[in-house]
Design a protein around this ligand. Structure first.
Ligand code: ADP
Ligand code: MG
Length: 714
C-alpha cells in the first residue's frame, strides 16, 4: 500500500511540471492571471491544481481555499478528479471532487473541484461573484470551445470585482500570447517538455508499403452513411472538390511517378468523404505483425464510428484475438471505469490498440503509445453528447491537430504516425482550427448571455477573444425573436428562460418543452434524441432498395421521417424486451449502436426536463399521448421557421392558411388570455393539422401563458 503511494509520489516528481512548481506558485501568488502552457502529459491538469491545494493548506495551516478547475468534457472532469484523489491517497469527494451535469462527487471538505465549463457557467448564474472561490483554473483553453471563450469574457468582467481571486489558464499549445494579451499582458509560464521524434507515413507511402489496394468498393463502409450526411455533402462539396483536385494535381506531379502503378491507381480511388475501415484494419494488421512493440492509438471521429470499427475488428482473426490484441475504446460517452482501462499495460506480447476521439489529442495521455493512426478527421463541437447538433459531421482537422496527434507517438521512444490521407491533403489543412465561436450558430449562446443577465448580446460578444461577426450575432437574435424566445427588446420570454436551461439547440429544446406541455413527450424524446445523435436508418450502398423499403414500412402513409424514427425506435424497444433487438435491427436496416445511443440520450433529456420542473416523474410516461397529429404539430413548432425540410413535397403549402393558423394560435397564446386548460389549445392544434395544407405548423407564442404553465407544470 505505502510503496504504491511512494511510487505514485515518485511518478509525480518525475513529471516536467514538478521542476516548475515553485515558479508556478510564485507567479500565481503575485498575479491575478497567469497563463501556463506545456506539452500534453507534462502534468498541467493533474499537478498544478494539486500544487495550489498543497501550498495553500501548508501556508495557512488548513485555512480555507477553494479551487475550481474546468474541463471541456465531462469524462475528463471525472477521470482527472479520480486520478488526483488517488495521487493524494484519498477517496474521491474528500478534498478533491468533481461535478458534471447530473452527476457529482463532492463533500464538505472538498477544496479542489473539477467540473465542466458548463457547470461553472451555471454556477455564475446564481453566484455572479463566485463568492468563496479562491482560484479558477480554466484548462485546455487552446481548444477554443464556445463555452470556454464565453467563460473567459465573463471572468474578465468578474476579476475587477474580486481582486483576490486568482485565474490560471492552461494550454497544451504555444499560442499563449493570445490569452495573455487578452488579460492585459498576464505573465506566461511554459513548462518545457521533451518528446521523441515521430516518423510520418502518408497514404501514398502506406499503400506502397502494405500493398493494400483501394477500390471504389473498398471505400464503402460497413455502416451506412446517413441522410444528414448526404444533405450536408452538398454544402461541403466545395471544400471536397478542393481536396479532390489537390489529390489529382498531386497524382500528376513528377514525384508521384516513383510510386507503383497500383499505388497511383489506389490513390485515384481514394474517397475523402469516408473513413475506410478496411484500410484501417490493414494498417493495424501491418503494425501488429511488426516486431517493434508498443501500443497503437487510432484517432477516429466519434463514439459511433469507434464502436462500428471495434465491431469489425473484433471479428478479425488477429485483431480480434484477445491473446494477441487488447482492443479498447476511448470516447466521451463511456463509463469512467471503462475508460480507465486505457491506462493499463497489457501482459506479455499482447498489443494494446486504443480507438479514440480527439479527446486523446490533448486531454488524455496514454503513456505507452508508439504508433498513431490518424484518420485526419474530427467531429467539431461535440464534446458532449448533449450539445451535439444534428448535422454534426466529421471534418478535416487542422495542421496543428495533426501535429498534436503525431506527437502522441513520441512520449516514451521515437514513434511512428500513419496518416490515412495523402501528404498533399495534409498540406491543404488550415493551420489552426477556427474557434467554435466563429463557426457555430450563436443561438444557444445568446440565450445564455441573456439568462446570465449580461446585458446587450452584441455588446457582450464584442468583448470576446475573437469576436464573431456582427451579422451572425444579429441573425441569431432575429431567430430567437421569431421563435419567441426573446421579445422585441431582447428580453428573455418565459419560453426563452426554459430554453436557456436546456443544453440543446433552441429548436430541439422547444420540441422538448412543447412535448412536455402537450403530454406527448415519449415520441418527442425519441425524435429529439434521434436528431441529436444521427439517423439510425442504414442505407448500404449495395442494398439501397431493400433498405429503403424497410424504412418505408415505418413511415407509412405520413411521409414523415420523424414518425418513422419513432416507430422504428419503439419497435426496437419491444424487440429488446424479447432479446431480439439485434435481429430486429438486422431485418430493418437499423443501427443498433445508434438506437442505443438514442435510448440513453432520451433518458438524459428526460432527467433534464425533470430537473427544470417541466415533467413530474417517470410514472406519467405511461400516459403519454401517441396522437400523430399532436406529435407532428410539436415537431413542426420546434422546427419553425426552418420547417420546409419536413413538409411533404407533393402537397403544396398554402401560405395563407398557415398564416391564418398562426394568427389564431397567437391570439390564443396571448398571455392576457386566460386558458384554464390546455385542451383548448390542443383542439386548435388538431384543427390546424387536420388542414392538410398547413402540416401543423404553429409558433409558440411570445410568452408562455402562465395559465398554460400551471395547467401542465403545476
Ligand atoms: P497534462 O494536463 O499536462 O496533459 P496530465 O496532468 O493530464 O498532463 O498528466 C500527467 C501524467 O499523468 C501523464 O503522464 C499521464 O499519462 C498521467 N496520468 C494522468 N491521468 C492518469 C490516470 N488516470 N492513470 C494513469 N496515469 C495518468
Ligand atoms: Mg491536461
Amino acid at each position: 500500500e505505502s510503496s504504491e503511494g511512494q511510487k505514485m509520489q515518485e511518478f509525480r516528481r518525475s513529471l516536467p511540471a514538478y521542476k516548475e512548481k515553485e515558479a508556478l506558485l510564485h507567479a500565481i501568488s503575485r498575479n491575478q492571471v497567469v497563463v501556463v502552457s506545456g506539452e500534453t502529459g507534462c502534468g498541467k491538469t493533474t499537478q498544478l491544481p494539486q500544487y495550489i491545494l498543497e501550498s495553500e493548506t501548508e501556508a495557512s495551516c488548513g485555512a480555507f481555499c477553494s479551487i475550481i478547475c474546468t474541463q471541456p468534457r465531462r469524462i475528463s472532469a471525472m477521470a482527472v478528479a479520480e486520478r488526483v484523489a488517488a495521487e493524494r491517497g484519498e477517496n474521491l469527494g474528500d478534498s478533491v471532487g468533481y461535478k458534471v451535469r447530473l452527476e457529482g462527487m463532492k463533500g464538505r471538505d472538498t477544496r479542489l473541484l473539477f467540473c465542466t465549463t458548463g457547470i461553472l457557467l451555471r454556477r455564475l448564474l446564481v453566484d455572479r461573484n463566485l463568492q468563496g472561490v479562491t482560484h479558477v483554473i480554466v484548462d485546455e483553453i487552446h481548444e477554443r470551445g464556445m463555452n470556454e471563450d464565453f467563460l473567459l469574457i465573463v471572468l474578465k468582467d468578474l476579476l475587477p470585482r474580486r481582486p483576490e481571486l486568482r485565474l490560471v489558464l492552461m494550454s497544451a499549445t504555444l499560442n499563449a500570447e493570445l490569452f495573455s494579451s487578452y488579460f492585459g499582458g498576464a505573465p506566461m509560464i511554459h513548462i518545457p517538455g521533451f518528446t521523441y521524434p515521430v516518423r510520418s507515413h502518408f497514404l501514398e507511402n502506406i499503400l506502397e508499403t502494405i500493398g493494400y489496394r483501394l477500390t471504389p468498393y473498398n471505400q464503402i463502409d460497413n455502416y451506412g452513411q446517413d441522410k444528414m450526411w448526404k444533405m450536408q455533402k452538398q454544402a461541403l462539396r466545395k471544400r471536397k472538390t478542393q481536396i479532390a483536385s489537390a489529390v489529382e494535381d498531386a497524382l500528376d506531379a513528377a514525384d508521384f511517378k516513383k510510386y507503383s502503378p497500383r499505388t497511383r491507381e489506389s490513390l485515384s480511388c481514394w474517397n475523402p468523404d469516408s473513413i475506410g475501415f478496411n484500410l484501417i484494419e490493414h494498417v493495424l494488421c501491418h503494425i501488429c505483425q511488426r516486431e517493434r512493440p508498443g501500443a497503437i492509438l487510432v484517432f477516429m471521429t466519434g463514439w459511433d464510428d469507434i464502436n462500428a470499427l471495434k465491431d469489425q475488428l473484433e471479428a478479425h482473426p488477429l485483431l480480434g484475438d484477445p491473446s494477441r490484441v487488447l482492443l479498447l475504446a476511448c470516447h466521451g460517452s463511456m463509463a469512467s471505469s471503462e475508460q480507465k482501462l486505457i491506462f493499463n499495460k497489457p501482459e506479455g506480447a499482447v498489443r494494446k490498440i486504443v480507438l479514440a476521439t480527439n479527446m486523446a489529442e490533448t486531454s488524455i495521455t496514454i503513456n505507452d503509445v508508439v504508433f498513431v493512426v490518424d484518420c485526419g478527421k474530427a467531429k467539431e463541437t461535440s464534446y458532449d453528447a448533449l450539445n451535439n447538433t444534428p448535422c454534426l459531421l466529421p471534418t478535416w482537422i487542422s495542421q496543428a491537430a495533426a501535429r498534436q496527434r503525431r506527437g502522441r507517438a513520441g512520449r516514451v521512444q521515437p514513434g511512428e504516425c500513419y496518416h490515412l490521407y495523402p501528404r498533399c491533403v495534409h498540406d491543404a489543412f488550415s493551420d489552426y482550427q477556427l474557434p467554435e465561436l466563429l463557426r457555430t450558430p450563436l443561438q444557444s449562446l445568446c440565450l445564455q448571455i441573456k439568462s446570465l443577465k449580461l446585458g446587450s448580446i452584441s455588446e457582450f460578444l464584442s468583448k470576446a477573444l475573437q469576436p464573431p461577426e456582427l451579422l451572425s450575432v444579429q441573425n441569431a437574435i432575429e431567430y430567437l425573436k421569431i421563435i419567441g424566445a426573446l421579445d422585441e427588446d431582447e428580453n428573455l420570454t418565459m419560453l426563452g428562460k426554459n430554453l436557456s436551461m436546456l443544453p440543446v439547440e433552441p429548436k430541439l429544446g422547444k420540441m422538448l418543452i412543447l412535448g412536455s406541455i402537450f403530454n406527448c413527450l415519449g415520441p418527442i424524446l425519441t425524435v429529439v434524441a434521434g436528431l441529436s445523435v444521427r439517423d439510425p436508418f442504414l442505407m448500404p450502398f449495395d442494398k439501397k432498395d431493400l433498405a429503403e423499403s424497410a424504412k418505408a414500412q415505418f413511415s407509412a402513409r405520413e411521409f414523415s421521417d420523424h414518425l418513422a424514427l419513432v416507430r422504428a425506435f419503439e419497435g426496437w424497444k419491444e424487440a429488446e424486451k424479447e432479446q431480439s433487438g439485434y435481429e430486429y435491427c438486422w431485418r430493418n436496416f437499423l443501427s443498433a449502436q445508434t438506437l442505443k445511443a438514442i435510448d440513453s440520450l432520451r433518458k438524459q433529456f428526460f432527467h433534464l426536463l425533470k430537473d427544470i420542473g417541466l415533467v413530474d416523474d417517470i410514472e406519467s410516461c405511461n400516459q403519454w399521448s401517441h396522437d400523430q397529429h399532436l406529435i407532428r404539430a410539436v415537431i413542426c413548432a420546434g422546427l419553425f421557421p426552418g420547417i420546409c425540410s419536413i413538409v411533404n413535397k407533393e402537397k403544396s403549402v398554402s401560405l395563407k392558411t398557415m398564416e391564418d393558423g398562426l394568427v389564431l394560435l397567437h391570439s390564443l397564446l396571448d398571455p392576457k388570455l386566460d386558458i384554464s386548460s390546455h385542451d383548448d389549445l390542443l383542439s386548435v392544434v388538431r384543427f390546424l393539422v387536420s388542414q392538410d395544407q398547413c402540416e401543423g405548423r404553429f409558433v409558440f407564442g411570445r410568452q408562455m401563458p402562465t395559465s398554460l404553465q400551471k395547467a401542465k407544470i403545476g
